[in-house]
Design a protein around this ligand. Structure first.
Ligand SMILES: NC(=O)c1ccc[n+]([C@@H]2O[C@H](COP(=O)([O-])OP(=O)(O)OC[C@H]3O[C@@H](n4cnc5c(N)ncnc54)[C@H](O)[C@@H]3O)[C@@H](O)[C@H]2O)c1
Length: 245
């Protein structure tokens, strides 16, 4: 029997990296995309050690032509598409929020999901059992002060998830999202958030910590697996209880 195949965007770091590993451990052939010309060597080594296969391509998900060319050259049927690549942008109140930053965040987080899905859908197996998992955020469910673009983008991802679920249920493609709370990845590390703000976020999370990338990847894998065969159009919130309050 041929191995299942997954396409994952943003695999060189954080949640995408952990997601690539969990799919590889479960026997999938991983097709990974990211901005860099080369795959993260530690990920390549780990996947090789698992005896699995990683096919890497450099591709900017916010560029429709690049995404079309990527899928155009992909001569295979895939079982799972994980739209994970995303950016946070600066933490600035709205009246001072730079238009360029707003545009870039929408380009990657919203248009990127649209381009990947539009060009990926013809490759998804339509005999039942295949699925798309979008990586949204708690910022797609509740407001996030000083992150107007990120919040808009992740609400859009939740909306696209529900719409796609309705459109593709009839051909057996389930479409869901994960909504992570703050997760320990380079996205949060590079945001240079003030220590008081970080401590405040941890304090206001009932489990009193940030999530780990592996905890989000486990949710992504669950939604893609046959254990979630009756789940579509849903958002799985993985946030240590943040939005339960
Ligand atoms: N870390 C968090 O707290 C958190 C919380 C909620 C949601 N998320 C979401 O999780 C996803 C992954 O984020 P992460 O925390 O792992 O961040 P990360 O910065 O560690 O990883 C993101 C990866 O996406 C890649 N990427 C960025 N722009 C791209 C583009 N245009 N084309 C292709 N690849 C691109 C980056 O190079 C990087 O490898 C994002 O969609 C993010 O919004 C993260």
């Amino acid at each position: 029997m041929s191995k299942k195949k997954v396409v994952i965007s943003g695999i060189n770091s954080g949640i995408g990296y952990a997601t690539a590993l969990i799919f590889a451990k479960e026997g999938y052939v991983v097709y990974g995309l990211d901005l860099a010309s080369e795959v993260n060597p530690s990920l390549a080594l780990k996947i090789k050690t698992l005896g699995s296969v990683l096919n890497y391509a450099s591709c900017d998900v916010s560029d429709n032509e690049q995404v079309a060319a990527y899928f155009g050259s992909l001569n295979i049927e895939i079982n799972v598409l994980v739209n994970n690549a995303g950016i946070l942008g600066p933490r600035i109140k709205t009246e001072e929020y730079p238009k360029d930053a707003f545009d870039s965040i929408i380009d990657v987080n919203v248009k990127g999901v649209f381009y990947m899905t539009k060009h990926g859908l013809p490759h998804l197996n339509k005999q039942g059992g295949s699925s798309i998992v979008n990586v949204a955020s708690v910022a797609g469910l509740i407001g996030m002060s000083k992150h107007i673009a990120y919040s808009a983008s992740k609400h859009a991802v939740v909306g696209m998830t529900k719409t796609l679920a309705l459109e593709y249920a009839k051909v057996g493609i389930r479409v869901n999202a994960v909504c992570p709370g703050f997760t320990d990845t380079s996205m949060v590390e590079n945001a240079q958030l003030e220590i008081d703000y970080i401590n405040g976020l941890k304090y206001s999370t009932p489990l009193k910590r940030f999530g780990e990338a592996e905890e989000i990847a486990a949710g992504i894998f669950y939604l893609a697996s046959s254990n979630a065969s009756f789940i579509t159009g849903q958002c799985l919130t993985i946030d240590g209880g943040l939005t339960a309050q």
